[in-house]
Design a protein around this ligand. Structure first.
Ligand code: SAM
Length: 238
């Protein structure tokens, strides 16, 4: 048996996403449907022939680099949020970001494919990727092979429990103004993100603590209240 010990990959595209920072990004794709991202193909891959036929699929797999983790070391054991941050599992039994090879894998809903200024853009729905994420491969999702009926989900056997989210009158007004100005439905996006509880496990019992999340060009201030999360205000980044 002979193989090369190291391989390198080409970046075929880059993600433009509503998630401009890591805090708040859902832990898997398909959990926040309002999240839209656009994959821009980069030269020499920005050519129509490489994606010919892709529009016939509803979903695609994308493989990407956890580029914001590259400077940090990988860990042999990690504490998955689904285990309350208390128990450890092996890195290869988890979907954690700090891996020996910082490769991510997400299945996303395929949106419009279009060309602008000689560039090719592919719209993705429900992604869990940070703005600027480098993409190394795209593959069509094949239901006959990729759906596994009797699969077991280990420490995450079912979708995460959803939390209630409310908005202050001020935050409601600001979301409406932002929708009118940009066409972006910040209220739905924020609701879906917060309902997943983005807080690290060690802060779960800290009631009334305030948090900030940045999406696109807006800062969202919210508070963990007993039984729900309250959005306090939504402001443009200065
Ligand atoms: N679905 C992918 C997988 O299983 O490989 C990613 C799962 S990982 C647990 C999801 C988290 O990765 C997000 O919550 C976000 O914090 C982080 N993330 C997303 N894009 C990233 C990037 N480019 N660099 C570093 N971390 C990133």
């Amino acid at each position: 048996m002979s193989f090369h010990p190291n391989y390198s990959f080409k970046t075929i595209g880059v993600i433009h996403s509503c998630y401009t920072q890591k805090f708040g990004i859902p832990r898997q794709p398909g959990l926040v449907n309002e999240a839209t991202a656009t994959l821009e193909l980069l030269p020499p891959f920005n050519r129509v022939d490489v994606i010919e036929g892709l529009e016939d699929f509803s979903h695609i797999w994308i493989q990407f680099i956890f580029h914001e983790c590259i400077k940090e070391n990988w860990k042999a054991k990690v504490r998955p949020p689904r285990l309350g941050g208390k128990q450890k599992v092996g890195i290869f039994s988890s979907r954690a970001t700090h891996r020996p090879n910082p490769l991510g894998l997400s299945v996303v809903k395929l949106g419009r494919i279009y060309q602008k200024d000689k560039q090719i853009f592919i719209e993705l729905h429900g992604s869990d990727l940070l703005d600027g994420t480098p993409i190394v491969d795209i593959k069509p999702y094949l239901p006959y092979a990729d759906i596994v009926q009797d699969a077991k989900g280990g420490f995450a056997p079912s979708p995460p429990k959803l939390n209630k989210v409310t908005f202050s009158p001020l935050a409601n007004k600001q979301c409406k103004a932002y929708l009118n100005e940009t066409g972006r439905n910040a209220a739905t996006l924020i609701s879906e993100i917060l309902s997943q509880d983005p807080r690290p496990s060690y802060l779960h019992d800290k009631e009334n603590k305030q948090y900030g999340i940045q999406l696109w060009d807006i800062n969202i201030r919210w508070q963990a209240k007993p039984g729900h999360f309250k959005v306090l205000y939504v402001e443009k980044v200065k």
